[in-house]
Design a protein around this ligand. Structure first.
Ligand code: GLA
Length: 683
């Protein structure tokens, strides 16, 4: 049916509100979901049917509802109105659209903050947030958390067994901390619990420095950044992480008390959020989800791939993309739209990396919401925007692929460690303006991804069994337990590669006395003599690794006689002739230390050296510029998702026995921004 005819038929037929009549019929969980955020509370109910019919027509099968609708769900303290939400969920079910319910705690109603002004968030400068924006609550407020638990529990009591509700999103993009009195009291008790006595804290923090010595835990300032004691700053971040983990965990408990275990519980996190430790916050959640935006509209596919892999590592399982832009955002310096085809390209990239769902933010702009300029699927007139057809095409492909991909995941033989604590430690004392922990992760990931290998991104305390190669680009903090785990990984036959600044600090953010890499120095049979921020490139050369060091250069000194020097600095007053990269065989395993930040040629050479040690794990396709190929496998089979991120067609050499299931592949050619799902023979 032509769209205009379809819409006018719908608008004529649009029933006013349809009362909820019993439970909707359950339908089978899809292996892939696609849909959008939908805000029924912002629109007359007569409009719902039209929106849902347009979604169904595009084969969208999931909506996220409710995450900002607290004022509607609880119009006055303890008075709940869920009738509208019953009707919205039932209406979605009639269109075969499943629901993720958001707990609405990122937007408290005015009656709550008016009655309890002490729940309002206090900024570090002492200013207090107010109504009209969002996230104006204090994450530590017992009063606020009581209200938050109650609304989550009320929702779960009502929808925890609803077959059309597939999962829960707790809050929305948590992360903004508060500095109110209640937080300060919690901070003091958190420190008391961690250190036991103030003497222990004084000793471990070296508070003799600048006469910092404390007498009581409640004297310790709550500060998010320096200049402050490095241990204080690291503990501040740990404390904030634990408050967020408890905040999320409490809502998870409130939901699970009533919810069917078939419903997942998650929260939507943001890219490289530096406010808390994701691994800790995901402790009590079933799956991870993130909001994948490309603010400037020009995707860096490798950076995006890395972030998908990072999120897959939060729970070491498949994840959801809870928000993505239908074209553009409204919060970048220039809100450029993705090019035609790139919304679909990015949706398939998510699938390639283990994503099982993508939801576009948002369906339609609220007429007077603060985000009027954001990309949407339908326009202010309620009619499809140009992106609608591309999303519909993607949804049709997802529908074909879903039964095949259900139960499959990416599989990696290479792990890259991400230490949030090390990132905080380096952020506090960068020592060079240009030292950027996230860019460091990207620099190390980029050539490995370009070689076609799949990578798991894991925390420093992960179980590393089964990985042929473990790369730690920035493991500034290494505690004894981590050192032991890494040592047994190497002794067990693995290859561990450490980047610069590794093993410099202990668990208290204090300097290890062995110099870098601290408790791994004996295993390496070498140590860092000194480190030098540099403001010009320095050539580093060796038998197989040549490149240019930039930003940071460490001089390594062998202490054992079986250490191999892989590359040395060619010039520089303190550097010339000194080792920059060393490696040592340990039994069947190996440990390598890379003492500099390298340019891309150097990083590629280091990657070739690392990959030579990975016997298994050859890429499924010969590498080609801008082409990504990731395998997902499971009991049901092996599938290869191939994406051409480049602006020109790519000619592919397909693996033997590969068969196209979905997508653009034509006689081995994948067009610009084209995607293909191939089935692979099972062996
Ligand atoms: C965030 C929020 C959404 C919306 C989008 C806009 O991700 O979670 O509510 O504001 O940004 O890009």
């Amino acid at each position: 049916m032509r769209l205009k005819v379809f819409l006018s038929a719908l608008l004529l037929a649009a029933a006013p509100a349809v009362a909820a009549t019993g439970e909707p019929a359950p339908f089978k969980a899809a292996g892939l979901s696609i849909g959008s955020s939908w805000y029924p509370e912002q629109w007359p109910e007569a409009r719902w049917e039209v929106d849902l019919a347009l979604m169904e027509r595009a084969q969208l099968n999931v909506v996220r509802i409710g995450e900002f609708a607290w004022a509607r769900m609880e119009p006055a303290d303890g008075q709940f109105d869920f009738a509208w939400l019953d009707r919205a969920i039932a209406a979605a079910a009639r269109h075969k659209i499943r629901v993720v319910l958001g707990t609405p705690t990122a937007g408290p109603p005015i009656w709550l903050t008016e009655a309890h002004p002490d729940v309002l968030r206090v900024n570090e400068d002492g200013s207090v947030e107010g109504h009209g924006e969002r996230r104006q609550f204090s994450f530590a407020s017992a009063t606020y958390r009581g209200y938050a638990r109650r609304i989550a529990a009320e929702m779960a009591r009502r929808y925890g067994r609803n077959p059309n509700v597939v999962g829960w999103q707790i809050d929305n993009e948590i992360g903004v901390p508060s500095f109110d009195g209640e937080v300060r009291t919690l901070w003091a008790s958190w420190l008391a619990k961690r250190y036991g006595s103030i003497d222990a804290l004084n000793r471990r923090w070296t508070t003799e420095y600048w006469s910092q010595r404390y007498q009581r835990f409640d004297q310790i300032p709550l500060k998010s950044k320096g200049p402050q004691n490095p241990a204080l700053i690291l503990d501040y971040h740990r404390f904030v992480s634990s408050v967020w983990a408890d905040y999320v965990g409490e809502q998870a408990v409130a939901i699970r008390a009533h919810a069917d275990p078939r419903q997942f519980v998650t929260t939507n996190s943001t890219a490289w959020n530096n406010n808390f430790d994701q691994y800790l916050v995901h402790r009590d959640l079933d799956i991870a989800a993130w909001d994948d935006y490309v603010p400037g509209g020009r995707p860096d596919w490798v950076a995006n791939a890395l972030h998908h892999d990072l999120v897959r590592g939060y729970k070491r399982r498949n994840f959801w993309v809870m928000e993505a832009q239908p074209g553009r955002v409204d919060w970048a310096p220039v809100n450029r739209s993705l090019d035609p085809g790139q919304v679909r390209e990015l949706a398939w990239q998510m699938v390639a990396h283990g994503g099982d769902a993508i939801l576009y933010w948002q369906w339609r702009s609220a007429l007077n919401g603060q985000e009027q300029y954001h990309g949407t699927v339908v326009g202010p007139d309620g009619m499809p925007m140009p992106i609608y057809d591309e999303i519909a095409k993607t949804a049709a492909e997802f529908a074909s692929a879903a039964p095949l991909l259900a139960g499959t995941s990416p599989y990696a033989r290479i792990a890259m460690l991400y230490s949030q604590e090390s990132r905080w430690a380096v952020d506090q004392e960068k020592h060079s303006r240009d030292y950027d922990p996230v860019a460091t992760m990207q620099d190390w990931y980029r050539p490995v991804a370009a070689s076609g290998r799949t990578i798991d991104i894991l925390p420093g305390n992960a179980d590393l069994a089964g990985y042929a190669l473990v790369v730690a680009p920035l493991l500034n903090i290494v505690d004894n337990a981590t050192a032991e785990r890494l040592t047994s990984y190497v002794r067990g036959g693995g290859h561990l590669v450490l980047g610069p600044r590794s093993g410099m600090k202990d668990d208290d953010n204090a300097l290890w006395t062995q110099r870098q890499p601290g408790p791994l120095a004996a295993l390496l049979g070498a140590r860092v003599e000194n480190y030098y921020p540099i403001d010009a490139g320095v050539i580093v050369a060796g038998a197989s690794i040549t490149g240019s060091a930039k930003t940071w250069a460490e001089v390594l000194k062998p202490t054992a006689n079986d250490v191999e020097i892989l590359a040395t600095y060619s010039d520089g007053p303190w550097l010339a002739g000194k080792p920059a990269i060393v490696s040592r065989r340990v039994g069947k395993g190996r440990i390598t230390y890379v003492g500099a930040i390298f340019d891309s040629a150097g990083q590629r050479a280091i990657t070739d050296f690392m990959l030579a040690s990975v016997r298994a794990g050859a890429p499924p396709l010969p590498p080609a510029d801008g082409v990504e190929a990731v395998e997902r496998k499971g009991p049901g089979g092996r599938y290869l998702i191939v994406i051409n991120h480049a602006g020109e067609p790519a000619q592919l050499q397909l693996p033997a026995g590969a068969r196209r299931v979905v997508g653009d592949l034509d006689a081995g050619t994948l067009p610009a921004h084209g995607v293909a799902l191939l089935s692979l023979p099972v062996h």
